[in-house]
Ligand binder design. Structure first.
Ligand code: AMP
Ligand code: GLY
Length: 419
């Protein structure tokens, strides 16, 4: 089969890497890919958000499947556009991707179907929101309704900060139209776990659990980032918690989406917080997480292409999905300054040396490749993933890999896996 993967970060590298292991895969294209992906797939200069370009390329090349990985093309209806042209596509349609693209939609869905989540109110008027904030307990959480590159959530420690958040989202429109509505939500406390699940709208099959380190600096200090590292499994996601989530969250969400005539097919990501009152949903994503995918897919034993096919054909219940019992840890190596300003174009050394260990794979997030040399090309540059029999060993191995790699201004956290 000939497949196109849409996207170009570490998550897409992990998807391409896993698909390339399938005996049924003849050729992989990636739009637009990156320096590391280019070793496994033909990278084509089409933007991940260019629906017309992706559809045209897929038609012209008679592709067998297109995997849409990032949030924006899913929210904009890339899967619908591909299906309309008779092209098999993996990912939710626009009317289901809204579970990520609109937080007010997902909160109302959870309230309607009794799925555990934080208490909240939705506002489309900033004066009403500010009036409401005068009578609340703090901290409180203010969220832009739409997609905001993971930056649309502000934890306000007092009224003034919440007031400022409402103004910047709704009046100054710092997130554009994503901020024409806001959700104001109860602040919850507890460890966060990510559970990605395959679903064909009938069956839901959770993948192994993982945890993300979102802050830029050690001990969860510094600014929020797209993720500085991940590990799998989570220590707090016990079999009891998993059973509870299956019955109270995963199955009810699939049921709810069907009831609303928004059948969800693809990967549904449950961002969970394990609170004193039990697990609650923080957010849904309509796709694989980044960098969660970089620790989850290396633990998958089953052919990923077979799973994608089963999801598209709605026969996920007929296949068996197997995982390794061990653990995986991914340390992100970023450009100094990220998530603020940073420079790119520095040569990277040591990747092949790190990958000399068969338990290590280096996923590229933001790199370019010229004449066989890799250069930094983004905020998050590499994700060094190590696989081992347990977390302790995987942490040690991941840092052995990291220590072999270097580039100017590099920054990484030294405590990934320790929470
Ligand atoms: P989200 O994009 O909704 O996952 O929010 C980003 C991050 O903000 C989450 O990973 C949490 O760390 C934090 N967060 C979001 N909602 C809440 C909440 N209700 N209580 C506490 N922290 C939250
Ligand atoms: N790592 C969180 C996300 O992919 O949204």
């Amino acid at each position: 089969m000939r497949i196109l993967v849409v996207g170009g970060g570490g998550r897409e590298h992990a998807i391409v890497w896993k698909l390339a292991q399938s005996p049924k895969v003849e050729k992989i294209y990636c739009a637009h890919g990156n320096g590391g992906i280019a070793a496994l797939a033909e990278c084509i200069p089409i933007k991940a958000t260019d629906i017309e370009g992706v559809v045209r390329f897929s038609k012209e090349n008679k592709l067998d499947m297109v995997v849409v990985a990032p949030d924006d093309p899913l929210a904009a209806g890339m899967v619908d556009a591909l299906e309309a042209e008779g092209i098999r596509a993996f990912g939710p349609r626009k009317n289901a991707a809204v579970i990520e693209a609109s937080k007010s939609f997902s909160k109302d869905l959870m309230r309607k179907y009794g799925i555990p989540t934080a208490q909240y109110e939705v506002f489309d008027n900033s004066e009403h929101a500010i009036e409401y904030l005068r009578h609340q307990k703090y901290p409180i959480v203010v969220k832009a309704d739409g997609l905001a590159l993971g930056k649309g959530v502000i934890i306000a420690h007092g009224f003034d900060q919440a007031h400022e958040a409402v103004n910047s989202i709704m009046e100054d429109k710092v997130f554009g139209e994503a901020g024409s509505k806001i959700v104001i939500e109860e602040f919850m406390v507890g460890p966060e776990v990510s559970v990605l699940a395959f679903t064909d709208g009938k069956t839901v099959v959770p993948m192994v659990s993982s945890q993300d380190h979102k802050r830029a600096l050690d001990n969860d200090e510094g600014l929020n980032t797209g993720g500085m590292g991940t590990f799998s499994p989570s220590r707090v996601y016990t079999p009891e918690v998993a059973d509870y989530c299956m019955e109270k969250i995963f199955k009810p969400t699939i049921y709810a989406m069907n009831k609303e005539n928004r059948k969800f097919k693809g990967v549904l990501y449950f961002g969970l917080m394990i609170t004193a009152d039990g697990p609650k949903v923080l957010e849904y994503n309509a796709r694989f997480g980044d960098p969660e995918t970089q620790v989850v897919l290396p633990r998958l034993q089953t052919d990923l292409l077979e799973i994608f096919d089963a999801v598209i054909d709605e026969r996920l219940g007929e296949i068996e999905i197997k995982w390794n019992d061990g653990a995986a840890v991914c340390v992100i190596m970023a450009s100094g300054g990220y998530p603020g300003k940073y420079r790119t174009g520095y040569e990277i050394s040591g990747i092949a040396d790190a990958e000399h260990d068969p338990g290590i794979v280096v996923f590229h997030a933001g790199t370019s490749c010229e004449n066989g040399k890799y250069y930094t090309a983004g905020g998050r540059v590499l994700g060094v993933t190590a696989m081992e029999e347990n977390l302790e060993k995987a942490i040690k191995k991941a840092y052995e890999g990291v220590n072999k790699i270097s580039f100017a201004d590099m920054h990484f956290r030294k405590d990934i896996g320790r929470k």
